[in-house]
Write a protein that binds this ligand. Structure first.
Ligand SMILES: Nc1ncnc2c1ncn2[C@@H]1O[C@H](COP(=O)(O)OP(=O)(O)OP(=O)(O)O)[C@@H](O)[C@H]1O
Ligand SMILES: [Mg+2]
Length: 453
């Protein structure tokens, strides 16, 4: 990472020191901001992304140590290096204890300062990377790859996976956001002869179109400005394995044409190279777009579509298989309780009802996230519909004031759950009471109170 990306804040009341340090740092291509005291520094911290702070101990107003202590409480606090002209061991120890990464004595030795800054920034980058990796692990944890669901559409999906996996056929996986398309792709790979070879995914929407070709096919050194070294593309990385072209509907037309040719000929060249490489890569593509519509709009090539869609697999949205919502909820509830070291929880009857009354615009991903939040935000061994109310961001059916007091929102939600139960039982109160796990007389009273009978 070049210094040019790093922004350093110098806090010192001495104008000469600010000027000196700015000069030294700017010569090294750092971006520099300066402040004469704590409040000015805080204002800069509040609206700029600062990568490191050089902080003087003696400042007018709040002193450096006290600022350090306050700032380092924040989770995203940039690393702080303390500077002092009258350093005592005691102050240095206090600074280190409060989280300073280094302590530099004045007069400042520029060489030593720059080394220390470079080390501090490297450390900070590692911390960030570590945090990102932990997030990836958290997101994929418990993703054993097991496909949960016993609905009709899920049974059909399993059957399709079972038939298709052992072949070398290309598969086009379609379905809304969060329905499990990637899960299906991984299951197909896992159940194929290629399972011990790589499974590589490329997100065709996330990569700028100028870079996508090099990402897919790799490039030779000097193929374009910035190509300082040769690089293998995803196709080569997936040799003898499987390549998932995710969000294929967003691929730009030039890359579509190139991809088509590669699929037809099963060989490719790196960008900037003449050398042809034979490919043995199984291709999956997935999208949440209506590709036939994209073709009609002139955005997607029909010939490519037919090449990709040898076996089409559609993953149904959760609202078309609401029975699976309870199973999935239980699965993820158990998973998050165990990973967070909480005792097991279960869904009360009204919570089940609520899950099945919601239409899940974000599909399984939304449900999974909701279960995670539920485990974090609520207590008690049985989860009630009321626990879900605050989390269900937009129940689509029935009246649902998004504002108002908790009591109002609960009442609206209750009304909705009860109405749904009555609907399910064709207006039969005894049946609805059974479904809701309530006493019939109780439900009767509730219906009266809600003005439903
Ligand atoms: N049937 C299922 N059983 C268990 N977990 C599932 C199921 N379907 C989806 N999930 C989980 O839901 C999350 C979203 O699934 P996935 O990433 O496969 O969806 P997607 O269709 O690729 O979504 P997007 O279109 O947003 O990329 C993942 O954590 C996945 O493990
Ligand atoms: Mg996906």
């Amino acid at each position: 990472v070049s210094a040019a990306h790093h922004h350093i804040l110098v806090v010192d009341d001495e104008p000469n020191i600010r000027k000196l340090l700015s000069g030294v740092l700017e010569d090294e291509a750092y971006r520099v901001s300066v402040a004469a005291e704590g409040r000015e520094a805080a204002a800069i911290l509040a609206d700029q992304a600062i990568d490191m702070i050089l902080l003087d101990v003696q400042l007018p107003g709040e002193d450096g140590l006290s600022l350090l202590r306050r700032w380092s409480e924040r989770d995203d606090a940039p690393p702080v290096m303390m500077m002092s002209g009258h350093a005592t061991i005691d102050v240095a120890v206090q600074a280190t204890q409060a989280g300073a990464i280094d302590f530099i004595e004045k007069p400042i030795n520029a060489e030593r300062l720059l080394v220390s800054i470079a080390n501090g920034l490297r450390l900070r980058d590692l911390h960030r990377e570590n945090r990102n990796l932990r997030e990836v692990v958290r997101q994929t944890a418990g993703a054993t790859g097991e496909i949960i669901g016993d609905s009709e559409p899920m049974a059909r999906l399993r059957e399709e996976i079972g038939r298709t996996a052992p072949t070398d056929a290309r598969v086009l996986i379609t379905g809304e956001n969060g329905t499990g398309k990637e899960l299906v792709a991984r299951a197909l790979h896992r159940d194929s002869d290629r399972k011990d070879r790589p499974f590589i995914k490329v997100n065709c929407a996330a990569i700028p179109s100028e870079l996508l070709e090099s990402e897919l096919f790799g490039h030779e050194r000097g193929a374009f400005t910035g190509a300082v070294a040769a690089r293998r593309g995803k196709f080569e990385l997936a040799q003898r394995g499987t390549l998932l072209l995710d969000e294929i509907g967003d691929m730009n037309p030039t890359t579509q044409a190139k991809l088509l040719r590669v699929l037809e000929e099963q060989e490719m060249e790196r960008v900037g190279s003449e050398k042809t490489i034979r490919l043995d890569v199984r291709i999956f593509a997935s999208t949440n777009q209506d590709l036939e519509q994209r073709i009609a709009d002139g955005q997607f090539r029909q010939d490519l579509y037919h090449r990709l869609k040898v076996v089409p697999i559609h993953v149904a949205p959760l609202r078309e298989r609401l029975g699976d919502a309870t199973l999935l909820a239980e699965h993820y509830l158990a998973h998050f309780c165990s990973t967070m070291g909480r005792s097991p929880r279960n869904l009360g009857p009204d919570a089940r009802q609520a899950l099945a009354a919601y239409d899940w615009p974000g599909n399984v991903r939304e449900l999974r996230n909701m279960m995670e939040r539920l485990v974090i935000m609520t207590d008690g061994s049985e989860i009630a519909a009321a626990d879900l109310v605050s989390l269900l961001s937009g129940v689509r059916r029935g009246p649902n004031p998004q504002t108002g007091t908790l009591a109002d929102q609960l009442a609206a939600f209750e009304q909705q759950v009860v109405t749904q139960a009555l609907e399910n039982c064709a207006g039969n109160v005894a049946g609805a009471a059974r479904q809701l796990g309530m006493d019939r007389a109780n439900l009767h009273r509730k219906l009266k109170r809600l003005g439903l009978i």
